[in-house]
Design a protein around this ligand. Structure first.
Ligand code: UD1
Length: 416
C-alpha cells in the first residue's frame, strides 16, 4: 500500500459525488453484532482499514463474517463467543474497545487489552468502566488487559460525567442484555449513537430516548438477527463540502442527512459559501475567498471535533483572522504545524489557535499525524500553489473510503 500521495493545487473541484457509509456508526454496529444471534446483514459498510480491523476482531472472537465489495457485510453470531480480544487489534484501533460491552454482556467475562494513548490525546476509558461497574461488573487491570466480570448485569441509573460517544455506545450495548431497566443520563447525542440504537432495536433490543441525552434500555434475554443500513458518513460529507469552498468549486454530495450537517452548513454560510439543500443532496459552491469565522468544537449538535482540522485548513486561506477552539481533545492541533509549513499563519496556544488568513498556501511535503489531519492536509494541498506531497497515508486510509478517487472524479489532480 502506498505511503504517500501527490497533488497539484489550484483546480476548482466540480461535479457530483456520493457519500460512503459512516465509519463511526459502522464500527459500533459491527461490535453490536456480538450481541446478536443468527445471521445478520449490514449494508453501506465502508471499505476502509478501521472496518477491516473490526471485522478481524469479530473473527477473533468467533463470529463468522463475509464482506462484499458492494459494502454488504454478513455476520453470523452464536451463543458461544470467545472473551479475549487480541492485543494487536486493540492497539491498532482504539474503537476495538467497543467489543468490551457486548462481550461482557454475552459471556459474563471480557478480557480486552487496555487501549494505549493515541495521537490526539490520552483518551481514557474510565467512563466505559464506570458504566460497566454500575451494571454490576467488576473491572481490573491485569497484565495489560482490562478484565471485566459479572455473574449477571443488572439495569441501573448511570450519569456520565462527560457525554462520551464511546462510553454511551459501550454501556448501551452492555445494558441490552442486563436484567431490568438502565437509564444513561448525560448521554452523548451523536447521530452514530442513534444509528447503533436503531440497529439494536431492529434486532430486538428495547432502547428509547435516542436523540436525547437520556437513553433508556429495557434489558431483553436475547438479541436476534437483523438487516440494517448504516447512515451516511457526515464527516466525509463535510470534508467534501469544505473541498468545494477551499477550491472555489461547486460540488453536489448525494446521499446525505441534512440534520447531521447543520453546524457545518451554518459555519460555511457564515464564511460566505453558498449551500443549497435538496432531499438527500447538498450543493456547496464558492466564487471568492471565504471570510474568517470562529469555531469551537462541542459535543453534537455542536461543531464536530472531527471537522476541526478540515475547517482549520479552510480558514488558513480565509479573508481575516479566525480563532479555532478545541474543547473535546487536548492535543488536536498537530495539523496546524504542517499547515504552517505550507505558508499558513497560525499561532498555537494550548486549546486554541489564531489563524490569519493568507491569499494562497504553497505546496510542500507534509506529514499526516492522524486521520482528520490527513484530510485537512489534502484540502490545503488542493488550494495551494504547486505540488504537495502528503506522507503517512495509512492514517487517511483508516477512515476514508477512496477519498483520493472521489477528489479525482471531481477534477482534482491527485495520485493515490
Ligand atoms: C468518538 C469518535 C471520534 C470522535 C469522538 C468525539 C468513534 C469510533 N470515534 O471517539 O471520531 O472524535 O467520538 O466526537 O466513534 N473520555 C474520557 N473518559 C472516557 C471516554 C472519553 O475522559 O472513558 C474523554 C476523551 O478523552 C475525550 C472526550 O471524552 O477527551 C470525548 O471522547 P469520546 O466522546 O469518548 O470519543 P470516542 O468515543 O473515543
Amino acid at each position: 500500500m502506498k505511503s504517500r500521495l501527490s497533488l497539484e493545487g489550484g483546480v476548482p473541484l466540480k461535479g457530483t459525488v456520493r457519500s460512503s457509509g459512516a465509519k463511526n456508526a459502522a464500527l459500533p454496529i459491527l461490535a453490536g453484532c456480538i450481541l446478536t444471534h443468527g445471521d445478520s446483514v449490514i449494508h453501506n459498510v465502508p471499505d476502509l482499514m478501521d472496518i477491516k480491523t473490526m471485522i478481524k476482531m469479530l473473527e477473533a472472537l468467533g463470529l463468522k463474517t463475509d464482506y462484499r465489495s458492494n459494502g454488504t457485510l454478513r455476520v453470523s453470531s452464536t451463543q458461544k463467543i470467545r472473551h479475549i480480544a487480541p492485543y494487536e487489534l486493540v492497539t491498532a484501533m482504539r474503537a476495538s474497545f467497543f467489543v468490551a460491552g457486548p462481550v461482557l454482556a454475552k459471556t459474563g467475562l471480557a478480557k480486552i487489552p487496555l487501549p494505549g494513548g493515541c495521537a490526539i490525546g490520552s483518551r481514557p476509558i474510565d467512563l466505559h468502566l464506570k458504566g460497566f461497574e454500575a451494571l454490576g461488573a467488576t473491572t481490573e487491570i491485569q497484565h495489560g488487559f482490562v478484565v471485566m466480570k459479572a455473574k449477571k448485569l443488572v439495569g441501573t441509573q448511570i450519569y456520565l460525567d462527560f457525554p462520551s460517544v464511546g462510553a454511551t455506545e459501550n454501556i448501551m450495548m452492555a445494558a441490552c442484555l442486563a436484567e431490568g431497566k438502565t437509564v444513561i443520563e448525560n448521554a452523548a447525542l451523536e447521530p452514530e449513537i442513534t444509528d447503533l440504537g436503531e440497529f439494536l432495536n431492529s434486532a430486538g433490543a428495547r432502547i428509547s430516548g435516542l436523540r436525547t441525552n437520556k437513553i433508556t434500555i429495557e434489558g431483553v434475554s436475547q438479541i436476534n438477527n437483523t438487516e440494517y443500513t448504516v447512515i451516511p458518513d457526515r464527516i466525509e460529507v463535510g470534508t467534501l463540502m469544505i473541498a468545494a469552498a477551499i477550491t472555489l468549486g461547486d460540488i453536489v454530495v448525494e446521499g446525505i442527512r441534512m440534520e447531521h450537517q447543520e453546524p457545518l452548513i451554518q459555519k460555511l454560510r457564515d464564511c460566505g459559501a453558498v449551500v443549497e439543500i435538496g432531499d438527500d443532496t447538498i450543493r456547496v459552491s464558492a466564487t471568492e475567498r471565504v471570510r474568517a469565522v470562529d469555531i469551537k468544537t462541542m459535543p453534537f449538535p455542536g461543531f464536530p471535533t472531527d471537522m476541526q482540522a478540515q475547517f482549520l485548513a479552510l480558514l488558513t486561506v480565509a479573508n481575516g483572522t479566525s480563532v479555532v477552539t478545541e474543547t473535546i481533545f487536548e492535543n488536536r492541533f498537530m495539523h496546524a504545524q504542517e499547515l504552517i509549513r505550507m505558508g499558513a499563519k497560525i499561532k498555537i496556544e494550548q486549546n486554541h489557535v489564531t489563524i490569519t488568513g493568507v491569499e494562497q498556501l504553497s505546496g510542500a511535503d507534509v506529514k499526516i499525524t492522524d486521520l482528520r489531519a490527513g484530510a485537512a492536509l489534502i484540502l490545503a494541498g488542493l488550494a495551494a500553489d504547486g505540488f504537495t506531497t502528503v506522507h503517512g497515508l495509512h492514517h487517511l486510509n483508516r477512515g476514508y473510503e477512496n477519498l483520493p478517487a472521489k477528489i479525482r472524479s471531481l477534477g482534482g489532480r491527485i495520485s493515490g
